[in-house]
Design a protein around this ligand. Structure first.
Ligand SMILES: [Zn+2]
Length: 318
């Protein structure tokens, strides 16, 4: 925890302009970097965050695992809304920040990319070996036999047993949510038919971690293990409210590697951060993208000469 004598974290906002970007660049210069991204990286792709800069939830509570598996009515409403809503997610395009991460990886700067998002946009931006901590919305899993199938296949089956539904809902579609859920009036979804697993008749569920569920242990350990092989952690667009994300920060803090957090608004990990950039991701990653994606990217030495380092990045001994 930062005490009075500690210079950390360095906090800057968008007023700091290029200085903020250089600070982030210094962390990226520190060695192999682990990226942890959250909903904030996808807002520029038109996928809204649950929480704004205030950290308050903007929408009605999302579906929980308990309600999904225990209430046929809730499950029907979820699938009806999600059937319409997920198309918005599926048609979203990666933005400049996803692209920056992909380029950093190709430039050999990264030890790994872990995301809390379920939209698959990192992968679609060309980033390899992304660990989707909370699963992927474009996959559907059977809760009984474990079969996983592409979401588009389920969408075709749902269209077939719910003729006219999509057309009827088109006028009601408002704003998609990060989990592909959508606000639709309940009476509009009452007659919606849900589909079960083709193989075993079991209950189908989007292959994402719902609220009230935990991240599968093996996936989580693999992701968290990347911290041990990294020289720095960069958090992009996450308030770290969800415990699984916060644990990456505490693990990095225990290893005393630099931690940069780029997020509009306060995050749960701020007190552990070496650098906190309170600004939009596109702005923060703008110069980073140029600096590390050109074949003529400056060497570390040049970079150090050009940048007035306010302090070394290794946190002081406690
Ligand atoms: Zn099954």
């Amino acid at each position: 925890m930062a005490c009075a004598a500690s210079p950390y974290p360095v906090r800057v906002n968008s007023d700091a302009g290029d200085h903020a970007v250089r600070l982030l660049g210094d962390v990226l210069d520190h060695g192999r970097v682990l990226i942890l991204s959250g909903a904030g990286i996808s807002t520029d792709s038109g996928i809204p965050d649950y929480r704004g800069a205030s950290g308050r939830t903007r929408h009605a509570a999302p579906m929980t695992y308990d309600r999904f598996v225990n209430s046929a009515a809730d499950r029907r409403r979820y699938w009806a809304r999600s059937h319409i809503g997920w198309e918005k997610i599926a048609s979203a395009k990666p933005n400049v920040s996803h692209d920056a991460v992909s380029r950093l990886q190709r430039a050999g700067r990264l030890s790994g990319v872990v995301t809390q998002n379920v939209d698959g946009l990192h992968t679609r931006a060309g980033t390899a070996d992304v660990i989707d901590l909370h699963g992927r919305l474009d996959t559907v899993a059977c809760l009984r036999c474990g079969t996983r199938r592409p979401r588009f296949e389920l969408a075709l089956r749902l269209d077939a047993v719910n003729p006219g539904f999509r057309e009827a809902m088109a006028a009601d579609v408002s704003v998609a949510r990060p989990d592909g859920d959508l606000a639709l009036p309940d009476d509009a979804t009452d007659g919606f038919r849900v589909i079960d697993c083709r193989r075993c008749g079991g209950m189908l569920k989007p292959d994402v971690v719902f609220f009230g569920e935990t991240v599968p242990g093996g996936r989580f350990r693999k992701a968290l293990g990347l911290v041990d092989r990294s020289d720095a952690l960069v958090v992009l667009g996450s308030s770290l409210t969800v415990g699984s994300g916060y644990r990456f920060v505490t693990a990095a803090a225990r290893r005393r590697i630099p931690i940069a957090i780029v997020n509009r608004g306060a995050t749960r990990g701020d007190r552990h951060a070496t650098i906190k950039l309170d600004m939009g991701l596109a702005e923060a990653l703008r110069l980073v993208r140029v600096r590390y994606t050109s074949r003529l990217a400056p060497s570390r030495r040049e970079s150090a000469a050009n940048v007035a380092r306010p302090m070394p990045l290794t946190p002081p001994k406690k």
